[in-house]
Design a protein around this ligand. Structure first.
Ligand code: 3PG
Length: 395
């Protein structure tokens, strides 16, 4: 197969080699993503603070995971602006490779740091104000507001989306809303670390749902990697000192919902091209619209007003800043994670997500002085190890 590669929208084209079998396999496997798959190519035109125009998308995602044996050889994936299929060419680009690695490293570090801050403030707020439906709504509202203002002031370029886009996004947003509320409800009932230990079991849900609902088959090592994930989560759950069934089920429901979010995202968003940042912004807005009536029905303004007064009287005016911090950092960490999904393969992303859980688990245990039995920690370590093995097996 010969493909042509446009260097600029108007400039000359060059001819590339056919896809290698390995690359095709990689592409096929990457079809099942640990997170919503969005088009790497962007159709957005004009300057933007956060996104770069990418008529050509050059990256070396593999080299981020493992050191390549061939030095100075950058494997480039090229994306035309209106196509999502990578073309394979080999170009000597050591500087670009180093810059790309640095950029991805920066994305990851920012993503994890923002996530840790979000989890800490989220838990502080929930301890003083146990209304997870409202705090979930406020997180989405903050993100929606930030993005609407950014678009209005042209700090970020607004996406050009049509009704079909919103229709395709609706099931994704429903699943995102359920997953978000369920995780927040979980964190309102149990330690942050416990919620994230159970959430590290997401790959198991993803394989089981794909197998039983979609009839997808996986190689044996993938199934085997689920044993430590499920075993580790189960060990952690049965030895958790402050076990709470609502907290446990919230994390499990969140896992299930996020798997469906990824499936809907993959199916519905095919062929649509929106940058990661704008994709997440639209998701927040739609989720906010879905969640608000439910939050009012489940908790409601009366409970919120009473709870707010109690929280402010206990914590002082700083409580308001905690709420602002949890809301803004929720949006920021998700935005950065979706932006990094623009740059890396789903596989690299899922490894990054696992590392993120480790940083959240460790930092929350330290900050909140969460009591932890050694056997409980062992369960968490086994589950996390399982997710690494799963990533490797999927590779
Ligand atoms: C949420 O509130 O949506 C969850 O905390 C998300 O968790 P995750 O991004 O770590 O999966």
């Amino acid at each position: 197969m010969i493909s042509s590669l446009k260097c600029t929208p108007s400039s000359s084209s060059l001819t590339t080699s056919p896809f290698s079998t390995r690359k095709l396999l990689h592409l096929q496997k990457a079809q099942f993503s640990a997170l919503p798959t969005i088009q790497n190519a962007q159709q957005d035109k004009g300057p933007s603070l956060f996104t770069s125009q990418k008529p050509l998308y050059l990256t070396s995602t593999d080299s981020f995971i493992k050191t390549r044996t061939t030095k100075n050889l950058t494997e480039c994936q090229a994306y035309e602006a209106d196509r999502s299929r990578p073309l394979e060419i080999n170009i000597d680009l050591p500087n670009e490779q180093a810059a790309q690695k640095f950029k991805i490293g920066l994305y990851f570090a920012t993503w994890w740091a923002l996530n840790v801050v979000f989890n800490i403030y989220n838990k502080k707020v929930l301890n003083a104000f146990p209304y997870p439906w409202l705090t979930s709504t406020l997180s989405l509202a903050a993100g929606s507001l930030i993005m609407l203002v950014s678009w209005a002031t042209r700090v970020a370029e607004a996406p050009k989306v049509n009704l079909d886009f919103w229709k395709a996004l609706l099931p994704v947003a429903v699943a995102h809303t359920i997953g978000h509320v369920a995780a927040t409800v979980s964190m309102s009932k149990v330690a942050v670390s416990f919620t994230h230990i159970i959430k590290s079991g997401e790959p198991a849900f993803s394989v089981l749902v794909s197998k039983f609902f979609l009839g997808e088959a996986f190689p044996l090592p993938v199934y085997l990697s689920l044993l430590p994930i499920i075993g580790g989560c189960a060990l952690s759950a049965v030895t958790e000192l402050n076990f709470n069934m609502i907290g446990f089920m919230g994390a499990m429901i969140s896992n299930l919902a996020f798997v469906f979010r990824n499936i809907f995202s993959k199916k519905g968003m095919k062929g649509m091209s929106v940058s990661g940042m704008n994709y997440y912004a639209c998701l927040s807005i739609l989720s906010l619209l879905i969640l608000t009536p439910f939050a009012i029905a489940v908790e409601g303004p009366k409970l919120w007003a009473a709870g707010w007064q109690t929280a402010v009287s206990q914590i002082g005016p700083n409580f308001v800043w905690w709420v602002v911090a949890q809301s803004v950092f929720y949006h920021l960490y998700n935005q950065v994670s979706y932006m990094s999904l623009d740059q890396i393969s789903p596989l690299t992303f899922s490894i990054g997500n696992t590392m993120k859980r480790i940083s959240v688990i460790v930092s929350s245990i330290l900050i909140f002085h969460t009591p932890l039995r050694p056997i409980n920690a062992l369960g968490a370590a086994i589950a996390i190890l399982g997710t690494f093995l799963y990533s490797q097996a999927k590779q």
